[in-house]
Design a protein around this ligand. Structure first.
Ligand code: NAD
Length: 385
C-alpha cells in the first residue's frame, strides 16, 4: 500500500474558533484581501468588525454567486492596487474558491484563464500563492481544505478547476457557529453536497486508509444530522456535525478524488447555473444505482460493491443495511429536504448528448469506481430529471 496525502497546513475547528482570526491573520501578512459574500450575516459582520479593530489593514472584495473567471481577474487587480500580501475568505464555497484562486493568481503574471484546465492554456503556476486563510460559512463543499478552486466560464458554459497543491490553505478556520444563519434551501443543498463528498471518495479507485477514516466519520455524522439540521436550523449539535462532515469530505476528496456525481456537476453548473449541492442531490441516488448495476454486470470483484454496502451500514447505523437501503434513505432525504429534480433548473433531454460528452472528460469522472458508458450516463440524467 502507498499513498500521498496533502492538506491545509493548519486546521482549527470549533464553535467560537473564528474569533482567533485577527491574531492568526497578523502572523501571515501585513495587508489582507478580504473576500466575502455580498450578503453578510450578522456573525460575519461581527468578525469583520473585530478584524477592523486590529492594526491589520484589509481591502474588502465582495462577491456574489459562484465565482467566474472574470471575478478572479478583478480580485487580482484590486489586490495589486492595494498592495495585499495575503488573502482571507469568509463565506460559502463560492467565496472560498474566489479567495483561493485570487491568492494563486495575484503573485503570478497573466489572467486566470491562462492557468485553467480544459478551457485555458493549463499553465502551471510559477510563483507560490499568497498566504490564505479560509473560513467556511456553509457546511457542504469542504473547500477550506481542497487544492482546487472551481470557476465558471460564461463563454464556454462550463465550470473548471484551477488546481495546484500549493493552493491548500495555510489555515482552515472552521467555526460551525458561522453556519447557523444559513437559510433552509442552502442548508439542504449544501448538506447533500457534504454527504456526496464523504460517499464518493469512499468508493473511488483512489481511496486510501486515511480517506476511508475521514469518509466513515463523515457518513456517520451525516446519517444522524443531515435531516435534523434541516428540521432544526438552530440545533448546534447538528450544525456541528454537518460542518465536520463537510471538512471531512474536503480532506477525502482532495486526496481520493470523487466520481460521476461531481463529473456531471461541473458541467451542469456551468450550463444551467444550478446550485452545486442541489445538482449533487439529484444525481446521487441514480449514480449509485448505475454504478452498482454496472459493477454487478461487469466487475463483480471490484471492492466498490462491498464498500457501497459498508457505507450504507455506517450511514444508517445498521449492521444489516446494504446499498439499496442507502439509495432509499438518500432519495427520501432529498424529498424531505425539498430538493428538486434537474428539470427544475432547465435541464432538457435534448441537451443530454452534450452533457454526457462534456462530463466524460471531467477529472472527477475518472475517480468513478467503474467507467460508465454513454448510455449509462444518459440513463442517470434521465432518472435525475
Ligand atoms: P455558496 O457559497 O454559493 O453559498 C450559497 C448561498 O448561501 C449564497 O447565496 C450565500 O450568500 C449564502 N450563504 C453562505 N453562507 C451563509 C450564512 N452563513 N448565512 C446565510 N447565508 C449564507 O454555496 P456553497 O455550496 O457553499 O459553494 C458552492 C461553490 O463551491 C460552487 O461554485 C462549487 O462548484 C464550489 N465547490 C468547490 C469545491 C472545492 O473543493 N473547491 C468543492 C465543492 C464545491
Amino acid at each position: 500500500m502507498s499513498f500521498d496525502f496533502a492538506t491545509a497546513a493548519r486546521i482549527i475547528f470549533g464553535d467560537g474558533s473564528a474569533r482567533q482570526l485577527p491574531q492568526l491573520a497578523r502572523e501571515l501578512g501585513s495587508h489582507a484581501l478580504l473576500v466575502t459574500d455580498s450578503f453578510q450575516p450578522p456573525s460575519v459582520g461581527e468578525l469583520i468588525d473585530a478584524l477592523g479593530e486590529t492594526d491589520l489593514p484589509f481591502t474588502r472584495f465582495p462577491v456574489s454567486g459562484e465565482p467566474s473567471v472574470e471575478v478572479i481577474d478583478q480580485a487580482k487587480e484590486a489586490a495589486l492596487r492595494a498592495g495585499c500580501d495575503m488573502v482571507i475568505s469568509i463565506g460559502g464555497g463560492s467565496v472560498i474558491d474566489s479567495g483561493k484562486a485570487s491568492a494563486a493568481l495575484i503573485p503570478n503574471e497573466g489572467a486566470v484563464i491562462d492557468y485553467l484546465e480544459i478551457i485555458g492554456a493549463g499553465r502551471k503556476l510559477d510563483a507560490a500563492p499568497l498566504p490564505f486563510i479560509a473560513l467556511p460559512t456553509t457546511a457542504g463543499t469542504g473547500a477550506e481544505v481542497t487544492k482546487n478552486a472551481v470557476l465558471g466560464s460564461k463563454a464556454q458554459r462550463v465550470k473548471v478547476s484551477l488546481r495546484d497543491n500549493r493552493m491548500l490553505a495555510d489555515i482552515a478556520l472552521v467555526d460551525p457557529a458561522l453556519t447557523h444563519s444559513v437559510p433552509p434551501s442552502v442548508t439542504a443543498s449544501t448538506g447533500m453536497d457534504a454527504l456526496t463528498q464523504v460517499l464518493e471518495p469512499y468508493v473511488t479507485r483512489m481511496a486510501t486508509p486515511l480517506t476511508d477514516g475521514f469518509c466513515s466519520e463523515g457518513l456517520r455524522r451525516a446519517g444522524r444530522s443531515l435531516r435534523r439540521v434541516y428540521e432544526e436550523p438552530a440545533n448546534a449539535a447538528a450544525r456541528h456535525d454537518m460542518a465536520l462532515t463537510s471538512l471531512l469530505g474536503g480532506l477525502a476528496l482532495a486526496n481520493a478524488k470523487l466520481g460521476a456525481v461531481h463529473g456531471f456537476a461541473g458541467v451542469l453548473g456551468g450550463m444551467y447555473g444550478a446550485p452545486h449541492g442541489a445538482i449533487c442531490a439529484a444525481l446521487l441516488p441514480p449514480v449509485i444505482e448505475a454504478n452498482i448495476k454496472a459493477l454487478t454486470e461487469r466487475q463483480q470483484d471490484n471492492p466498490a460493491l462491498r464498500r457501497y454496502d459498508q457505507a450504507a451500514q455506517i450511514l444508517l447505523d445498521e449492521g444489516s443495511a446494504d446499498a439499496s437501503d442507502a439509495i432509499d434513505w438518500i432519495s427520501e432525504t432529498s424529498r424531505l429536504l425539498g430538493i428538486p429534480g434537474l428539470g427544475n433548473y432547465g435541464v432538457k433531454a435534448e441537451d443530454f448528448a452534450e452533457i454526457v460528452s462534456k462530463s466524460a472528460a471531467a477529472s472527477s469522472m475518472k475517480g468513478n469506481p467503474i467507467e460508465l458508458t454513454a448510455e449509462e450516463l444518459t440513463a442517470i440524467l434521465r432518472a435525475a430529471l
